[in-house]
Ligand binder design. Structure first.
Ligand SMILES: NC(=O)c1ccc[n+]([C@@H]2O[C@H](COP(=O)([O-])OP(=O)(O)OC[C@H]3O[C@@H](n4cnc5c(N)ncnc54)[C@H](OP(=O)(O)O)[C@@H]3O)[C@@H](O)[C@H]2O)c1
Length: 194
């Protein structure tokens, strides 16, 4: 069974962006030390158009070979004219409104997103499935999430887009590791308690 990992950037108070999902205030914390962590530990989470100019195109995937994201998250790339933002992985976008995929490398999941993700998890393979977000899709897939990797930046948002767009329900996780950075960022990894 492959893991579904929600790998996400958030504020201290658990918001993944402003009310519209914009998390650009967090970019400032991706300094030399943090970037080295990302390229070493999670190179595949850097989008293709970010890797290419830095000469990092050939970095092999370390944790994930498949990415799942909601249409609103995919829209962030589409608005920049990028139709295949994670060309180094198999890409799935959940959407009921995108009738045809803008790119042959991106498969649209229009129905039974939970069932499709379960099927991806059931595939053989050493690498897992990267749940990129956003809030709504993560809320729908919460029961399927096996691991959380939360990049927390030292900012309070007060309100904004929550990590999970779902109703109140307690789901338990076990803390596996914490990594701290000089700039105050931290990355916590949690395993799902089942
Ligand atoms: N901080 C971070 O690390 C991070 C990471 C990722 C994203 N984000 C931010 O998150 C924001 C987007 O989050 P969001 O919660 O608004 O949206 P989202 O979860 O990315 O996408 C929601 C859309 O996904 C589709 N969808 C959801 N459930 C579905 C289902 N069961 N079946 C089929 N399609 C389904 C629907 O698309 P249709 O409307 O097309 O049907 C829905 O409107 C963006 O602003 C992005 O910047 C932040």
């Amino acid at each position: 069974m492959r893991k579904l990992t929600y790998f996400i950037a958030c504020s201290i108070d658990g918001f993944i962006g402003d009310p519209d999902g914009d998390a650009s205030s967090m970019y400032a914390f991706v300094d030399e030390e943090f970037f080295a962590f990302l390229t070493t530990e999670y190179p595949e989470t850097l989008p293709t158009h970010g890797r290419r100019p830095l000469g990092l195109d050939d970095l092999p995937n370390k944790r994930f070979d498949t990415i799942v994201q909601g249409r609103a998250s995919y829209d962030v790339a589409l608005r920049e004219g990028i139709t295949s933002p994670y060309a180094h992985m198999r890409q799935y976008v959940a959407s009921r409104t995108l009738k045809t995929s803008p790119d042959p490398d991106v498969e649209i999941i229009a129905e039974d997103v939970v069932g499709r993700v379960r099927a991806l998890k059931a595939e053989d393979g050493d690498l897992g499935v990267y749940l990129c977000g956003g809030s709504q899709l993560a809320g729908e897939l919460l029961d399927e999430i096996d691991e959380l990797v939360i990049k927390t930046y030292p900012q309070v948002y007060g309100s904004g887009m929550p990590m999970f767009g779902s109703g109140f329900a307690i789901t338990d996780f076990t803390l596996e590791s914490v990594r701290t950075f000089k700039n105050g960022a931290l990355v916590r990894t949690y395993a799902r308690k089942r």
